[in-house]
Design a binder for this molecule. Structure first.
Ligand code: IPM
Ligand code: MG
Length: 352
């Protein structure tokens, strides 16, 4: 089992170090780990946020554990050299089109939610975000028009096969959960969304056990804070999924607790190749202070073990250790407590 770890910027190295300890502790025969450079860290050392060597390392691995990228000092660089290009480039180079972002509230942590505790308690949903298309990867530019006015533009497009393959991922996920799938679009305004909706309805015919409904994205955003308990699986495009998944994390309360998986079609000898990362960013304000919550990275490692190493029991063991750590009262600064990155990592390891 070959694992590539790309710690990246800010708190990325601190949280992935704890996830690495967890992966080394559980029983994964023949696990080999190698680390690579991404983001501003890679730009400083190698002149590019996503060096060719890092891409090659990912391609040779069965899975990638990713920390975070982003550094305010790099915001003035031209777009192709900014740290964010590392994650966008990896998604594209590795064909990772399906982003799984689960959001649920750990018992006892309802008070952290931006919502009332009785509403927060009902949250148990999975956002399936399309990750390889949409306005993210279309042509874009800032042009100077003949009249001297500048115009910024980004092409939004989805082809039928892109919608169909993410639809299958979402329907299969819903089949394994509570069999309800909500497709989120903006079909009242966008042709891209019109096609999205038509293809979702076509694919639904193959999954008679799953109930499909549709929401416009503005309504979905409202329902997510009004009554999030109504959602089981949400499937949506790249841009809407980016926004709704941050909103879902505020509904849960701590962005420091949410993992994610980015999957493609490639199968390895051990499972589905994927890239796993905490939902949170590089948090430059607390980088190096030992305060970052490593649980999102550790839960991302659990998803990795489940999807890329096909070890469901070990994945569940990690998740139980995290739940046990929280139940025992350990709290990082993001959860209103004082336990540091290392202490939280130690507590999870003790439970393993
Ligand atoms: C995310 C992030 C990225 C995205 C950024 C860092 C490019 O916000 O993974 O949600 O927009 O996809
Ligand atoms: Mg985002």
């Amino acid at each position: 089992m070959k694992l590539a770890i790309f710690p990246g910027d800010g708190v990325g190295p601190e949280v992935t170090a704890q996830a690495r300890r967890v992966l080394e502790r559980i029983d994964l025969p023949g696990l080999t780990i190698f680390e690579g450079d991404v983001g501003a860290a890679a730009f400083r050392r190698q002149g590019h946020p996503l060096p060719a060597e890092t891409i090659a390392m990912a391609q040779a691995a069965d899975a990638v554990l990713f920390g975070a990228v982003g550094d305010p000092e790099c915001d003035r660089l031209e777009r192709s050299l900014r740290p964010e290009q590392a994650i966008l480039g990896l998604r594209q180079e590795l064909g990772l089109f399906a982003n799984l972002r689960p959001a649920s509230v750990f018992a006892g942590l309802e008070d952290l939610s931006a919502l009332r505790p009785e509403i927060a308690r009902s949250i148990d949903l999975l956002i399936v975000r399309e990750l390889g298309g949409d306005v993210y990867f279309g042509a874009k530019g800032i042009d100077k028009r003949a009249d001297g006015e500048r115009e910024g533009w980004d092409r939004m497009a989805y082809s039928e096969h892109e919608v169909r393959r993410i639809a299958h991922v979402a329907f299969r996920a819903a089949s394994g959960r509570n069999r309800r799938l909500t497709s989120v679009d903006k079909a009242n305004v966008l042709e891209t969304s019109q096609l999205w909706r038509e293809v979702m309805i076509e694919v639904a015919g193959e999954y008679p056990d799953v109930a499909l409904d549709h929401l416009y994205v503005d309504n979905a955003a409202m329902q997510l804070v009004r009554a999030p308990g109504q959602f089981d699986v949400i499937v949506t495009g790249n841009l809407f999924g980016d926004i709704l998944s941050d909103q879902a994390s505020a509904c849960v309360g701590s962005i420091g607790l949410l993992p994610s998986a980015a999957l493609g079609e490639r199968q390895t000898a051990h499972g589905t190749f994927g890239l796993y990362e905490p939902i949170h960013g590089s948090a430059p304000d607390i980088a190096g202070t030992g305060k970052a919550n490593p649980l999102a990275a550790i839960l991302s490692a659990a998803m990795l073990v489940r999807h890329s190493f096909s070890r469901e029991s070990e994945a569940a063991r990690i998740e139980r250790a995290v739940a046990g750590t929280l139940a025992a009262g350990l709290r990082g600064a993001d959860l209103g407590g004082h336990d540091g990155t290392q202490a939280v990592g130690d507590a999870v390891l003790a439970r393993l």
